[in-house]
Design a protein around this ligand. Structure first.
Ligand code: NOJ
Length: 568
């Protein structure tokens, strides 16, 4: 069957299924979770995101590396995580921290060798950890040999692997690639100008613009197949799947997401057939679309609404408030109902097919500690690690590392646009392991580290927190232990909001599996509050911070949470 026919067929299937989901699920009713399809390990997966250049430097050159990650697998396991996602590790000029790939088949020398990755995967597997790589599917570096060939004036097999636009059309964003032997057309970038977009084709090419090629164009088909070769290469080496960078960006002029969905269906069918234990995780932030398109997991992220309503956007702080207001702020001006309206829409459409992730943070957004103290962060973790879906913990968040907006811009860390300035490097500083030199990250001279360390004396570190039963690290471990041990908290166990008032606090929800029922109450506001719930008879505290159940009411202190086992 041709790809076009397959795309059409998969779209029909998707429409029928999503219609059924909409009618079958009422947000107020108990939502019984079928375990979603996909590998069994996802049912209990908890991810840890590693930014490789900042994790652990095993050879003293100031930059973290793959043997460094391997050396820390036992630590990652000890937190309660059983899967890792590593940011791009491929050969790159590092204009965008490795999201500008020069060679998709080669580990960058600064991180080690392909054999080091093979060894990392083998060592991870021995410990029950899965390893996902970052698949930069939408673009390459201008230094990639595919692009170098494509840019040549002389026609060659790579000429249309990128989107070249006639100079006289002045297509917005198009870039000139200077050089005597280079073509005069301008290429379209996908993110930074030095990241030319790979040409997967246009869903609806404009017949008046012949440079907009259909997805069936031989060059677009070649690009599509090459991406599959890249995936195969790393899966054969031991990887367990991919976090797909800008997963929605591959197809252009595709307003209904039909063609991009069909493309991911195509890859997913291949994955299911040849690597049924492997997974796709999308950077899309639209689970209702991404999961039916074929992803196992999609994350709610800082650049879209449900996440922003919950945790805030790019951390514009005003005293205790975030601008715009977020549910997780002491000022208590957030609206959990607005979050739920969005969340439940995504959940209803995806819960039988895949998982929603709400990460603690990532390499693009300020850390949760930004403008918050540890008590605040605990309330965030109490929610994120008891919600359905797959949790993702960003390295260092588990010890309360700070967001450091003052660190210098490095490798494309600072973004400037009409949204203002986003200083991503503040969340990319070296992991703090101990009180030793360079916080135990590296033996290199401090001035040669990838990025400067948090300079404050009180900076948190793993060794100190290991020895403190009350530390954030041990709290994170306790939460994940509870999640592991309680079926009602498993990734696909039922979820139902019990108390969620517009502009009100607390937020109370039920998790359930069989007869086991767990109620979670979250109050990030700096004032006490309470919720009376007739349907709860007895509630036994499992893990609480200033919260109690008395005479049918959950009574919450300022900035508090409670996780209770309930009898009815
Ligand atoms: C999303 C990645 O998370 C970000 O770090 C990167 O700069 C862009 N995609 C471009 O690849």
């Amino acid at each position: 069957m041709s790809l076009e026919a397959r795309m059409h067929k998969s779209m029909i299937g998707r429409r029928v299924l999503s219609t059924i989901f909409y009618f079958a699920i009422d947000a107020a009713a108990p939502l019984h979770a079928e375990v979603p399809p996909g590998p069994k390990w996802l049912q209990t997966a908890v991810f840890y995101q590693v930014y490789p250049q900042s994790y652990f430097d095993s050879n003293g050159d100031g930059v973290g590396d793959l043997p460094g990650i391997t050396a820390k697998l036992d630590y990652i396991r000890s937190i309660g995580c059983n899967a890792i996602w590593i940011n791009p590790i491929y050969e790159s000029p590092f204009g965008d921290a490795g999201y500008d790939v020069a060679d998709f088949y080669q580990v960058a020398a600064r991180y080690g060798t392909n054999d080091d990755l093979k060894n990392l995967c083998a060592q991870a597997h021995k410990r029950g950890l899965h390893v996902c790589l970052d698949l930069v599917a939408g673009h390459t570096s201008v230094e990639n040999k595919w692009f170098q060939q494509s840019a040549l004036e002389q026609i060659n097999p790579y000429s249309n692997w990128y989107i070249w636009t006639p100079p006289e059309e002045k297509v917005p964003g198009s870039q000139l690639f200077p050089g005597e032997q280079h073509r005069r057309e301008r290429y379209l970038p996908n993110f930074f100008p030095f990241q030319p977009a790979l040409n997967y084709g246009y869903a609806r090419p404009d017949p008046k613009k012949p440079w907009q090629r259909p997805v069936t164009d031989p060059a677009c088909v070649a690009v599509r197949e090459e991406l599959r070769n890249v995936m195969k290469f790393w899966l054969d080496l031991g990887a367990d799947g991919f976090r797909v960078d800008m997963a929605a960006s591959l197809i252009r002029n595709d307003p209904d997401h039909e063609t991009i969905s069909a493309l991911w269906h195509y890859y997913r069918a291949w994955l299911d057939q040849h690597y049924p234990d492997a997974v796709f995780i999308s950077e899309w932030s639209d689970p209702a679309v991404a999961i039916p398109a074929g992803f196992h997991i999609d994350s709610l992220l800082q650049f879209r609404e449900p996440y922003q309503i919950l945790l805030g956007s790019e951390a514009r702080l005003d005293g205790d408030a975030r601008e715009p207001h977020a549910f997780f702020e002491r000022a208590g001006g957030g609206d959990i109902r607005a979050f739920l309206d969005e969340y439940l829409r995504h959940y209803a459409r995806t819960k039988d097919r895949g998982y929603i992730a709400i990460p603690t943070g990532n390499h693009d957004t300020p850390r949760p500690t930004w403008g918050r103290n540890e008590q605040d962060v605990r309330t965030i973790f109490a929610m994120l690690l008891t919600m359905p879906g797959v949790p993702f913990i960003y390295y260092g968040d588990e010890i309360g590392m700070k967001f450091l907006p003052e660190v210098p811009n490095k490798e494309g860390g600072t973004l400037r646009g009409n949204f203002g300035e986003v200083r991503r490097c503040g969340s990319r500083t070296p992991m703090q392991w101990s009180k030793e030199k360079n916080a135990g990250f590296s033996t290199a001279p401090a001035e040669t580290l990838y990025l400067p360390l948090d300079p404050t004396e009180s900076r948190p570190d793993v060794a100190t927190e290991e020895n403190d039963p009350a530390s954030l690290l041990n709290f994170t471990r306790a939460l994940l232990k509870l999640r592991r041990e309680r079926a009602a908290l498993a990734n696909a166990a039922d979820f139902r909001p019990l108390y969620a008032e517009k502009n009100g606090y607390p937020f109370v929800y039920l998790r359930q599996a069989g007869s086991e029922r767990i109620v979670v109450c979250i109050n990030p506001a700096g004032r006490p509050c309470a919720a009376a719930l007739e349907e709860v008879g007895q509630a036994k505290p499992l893990l609480v911070q200033d919260a109690a159940f008395r005479e049918g009411r959950f009574e919450m202190g300022p900035v508090s949470f409670g996780i209770f086992e309930v009898e009815r």
